[in-house]
Ligand binder design. Structure first.
Ligand code: FAD
Length: 568
């Protein structure tokens, strides 16, 4: 793929047709750089191109956009950074939603990264806990505290270390996730089925199928029987397509080397000393988590950006990206107060590629068609507050009020639409107003923006979700629902179908605009976790500050290896 930026001559700024237009000097005065210069704080500064006085417009206040703004300002506080955000809050998909004193993480966001730069940024913003959390104290649980780290009972900006527990709920039984060949599994499925699973796995190993679809990809790695039990219906629930209609490369991206062999290796590796283990990232047993959910970290980044003189404009939906002579010149937003536009020297975009290109002028028809055809999966999550569930904690793990210990549960039954259940109590006790007497769970449904599920009323959603919980035996029919809240998340998952296979032509076209950078999850149409989105921002900022040398492959190539992803 050719990604060399074209050299173009800059042209005068085109006239704005209507609405308010912000010139760089309209963005209230930037704070002068303080005596303790950013160069001492940030190594990026040493290689800096001088962008003093230049305006960098960043589209999207999710992890990618905020990371870009933060890193730019850390390098040079005299860059005019303005972040335009469509919604009324920061954090994007990784936001925390507060409802009547209870907080929802709309996806269940583990903070885990193999990238040292990401970990450094997380910890400079939110240090690791040095004292136990509320539930650890009540339960007398020991934790691995960071010496001198903050006390979560007294401080808000603190990163907790949480045990990861997640299981599969299938036919009213809990299975380990990922599947493990242990007594629990044997007891649940019985010896006969276990034997059949083993036989079908053996058959798949001896006679692998051509990997022409995700279905065959799974069968080759798990055998047909396990595939039918745990992957077929669930995949269709998540993506709205049967695995036979999804390309095998999708599996390679998402399943990242996880197979029965990997699972067995993991079981046996428990006998090997820690330092010698190479653990598949989806099998990680602990993760970091901000005291008040993922959005707390992104709110902290947003405050830092503002403290360094950057502007964050909420309720600014970027509707048009005006280009002239091969440069992006003007960004036009729809806001509750009408249309406003911003001129830009550089644009860093984390908005969906489909919408970005849809808002650009003079796009060649074949490129417009690729962008318009990019598919997404949307998502609705329903927070439900109850006193108790009809599920007993049959594990040895201690929990407040002896609730089930899971952070999240995969629902594999195909008779219900429910995809996953989040138990916010177990992510952080501080997510709840009363963690000792209530359960605050998130019920996740995958759908398509505008379909019959997406458009249900909130009351309908609540009725529907509760009826599914009752049907699955998770909630007693007479259990009172104390509160609920619905969150709809459009374009939650960029999907790798349809015109995605021609995405290289689209990215090459976008790279032909030297002052445009595409970063982040939907901004690159890549199944990114927060850390991947952050790394795309690091790379874009490095490229920009270094005077834009060479191609942008380092930005586009983040997360192209078979790596760790959140599990849908
Ligand atoms: C269910 C689920 C679970 C997940 N679990 C994990 C996990 O455990 N760990 C992990 O690391 N990651 C997880 N992720 C992934 C994580 O949510 C994303 O990687 C991360 O939020 C991507 O950041 P981003 O900034 O690239 O995009 P986003 O978070 O999507 O942010 C983009 C921002 O751009 C704004 N925007 C879009 N269009 C416009 C426009 N036209 N004008 C202005 N603003 C616009 C949006 O409103 C949004 O705020 C999960 C995701 C989901 C859906």
């Amino acid at each position: 793929m050719s990604r060399s930026p074209r050299t173009v001559r800059r042209a005068p700024f085109p006239g704005s047709k209507n609405g308010t237009r912000y010139h760089v000097h309209d963005l209230s005065p930037m704070k002068p750089e303080t005596a303790q210069s950013a160069s001492q704080e940030n190594p990026v500064r040493s290689a800096s191109k001088d962008l003093t006085g230049k305006t960098v417009v960043i589209i999207g206040a999710g992890p990618a956009g905020l990371t870009a703004g933060y890193r730019l300002l850390r390098a040079n506080r005299n860059i005019r950074v303005v972040v335009l955000e469509e919604s009324g809050c920061v954090g994007g998909i990784s936001r925390t939603v507060e409802h009547n004193g209870n907080r929802m993480d709309i996806g269940g966001h583990r903070f885990f990264s193999k990238d040292p730069e990401v970990n450094t940024m997380w910890q400079e913003l939110m240090p690791l806990q040095g004292k136990p959390s509320f539930d650890d104290i009540v339960l007398g649980r020991s934790i691995s505290a960071a010496p001198g780290g903050p006390d979560p009972e007294k401080t808000d900006r603190v990163m907790l270390t949480r045990p990861r527990v997640s299981r599969i709920y299938y036919k009213r039984l809990f299975f380990d996730y990922p599947a493990k060949m242990n007594w629990n599994t044997l007891r649940n499925i019985g010896f006969l089925t276990t034997f059949r699973v083993a036989m079908s796995y053996l058959r798949a190993m001896l006679r692998p199928l051509p990997e022409t679809s995700l279905e065959n990809f799974y069968i080759n790695r798990f055998g047909r029987r396990l595939y039918t039990m745990f992957f077929e219906g669930y995949t269709e629930k998540v993506w709205g397509r049967h695995p036979r209609d999804i390309s095998a490369s999708w599996g390679a991206q998402r399943v990242k080397g996880l197979s029965i062999t990997a699972v067995l290796k993991n079981v046996f590796s428990k006998c090997v000393p820690r330092g010698r283990r190479k653990v598949e990232t989806s099998l990680i047993g602990e993760f970091l988590y901000p005291k008040y959910g993922p959005g707390q970290l992104w709110e902290a980044v947003a405050s830092e950006i503002e403290a360094m003189g950057g502007k964050i404009r909420l309720n600014h939906r970027v509707a048009q990206v005006r280009t002239q002579n091969g440069m992006v010149r003007e960004i036009v937003c729809e806001t509750p107060a009408g249309t406003v536009s911003f001129e830009a020297d550089y644009v860093i975009s984390s908005m969906a590629l489909k919408d970005l290109v849809g808002g650009m002028n003079d796009v060649p028809p074949e490129i417009a068609q690729i962008a318009a055809g990019l598919p997404y999966r949307d998502f609705v999550t329903i927070g439900i507050l109850v006193d108790k569930l009809n599920l007993r904690n049959e594990t040895k793990l201690k929990t407040l009020n002896d609730i089930i210990p899971d952070c999240w549960i995969y629902v594999q039954d195909t008779g219900v639409r429910l995809g996953r259940i989040q138990v916010f109590n177990n992510w952080s006790p501080y997510m709840l107003r009363d963690p000792e007497h209530s359960l605050w769970i998130g019920l996740e449904y995958f759908c398509r923006e505008g379909d019959e599920h997406w458009t249900r009323t909130d009351a309908d959603w609540k009725e529907f979700a509760v009826s599914e919980l009752v049907r699955m035996g998770i909630l007693n029919p007479d259990e009172p629902v104390r509160d609920y809240h619905i969150e709809k998340v459009k374009k939650a998952y960029p999907a790798y179908f349809d015109t995605y296979e021609r995405i290289d032509a689209l990215t090459a076209y976008l790279d032909s605009f030297p002052n445009l950078y595409c970063i982040g999850r939907n901004g690159q149409h890549r199944y990114n976790n927060m850390d991947h989105s952050m790394v795309t921002a690091f790379e874009a900022v490095k490229h920009l500050l270094a005077g834009q040398p060479g191609d942008r492959n380092a930005i586009w190539n983040v997360n192209t290896e078979k790596e760790y992803h959140e599990e849908a």
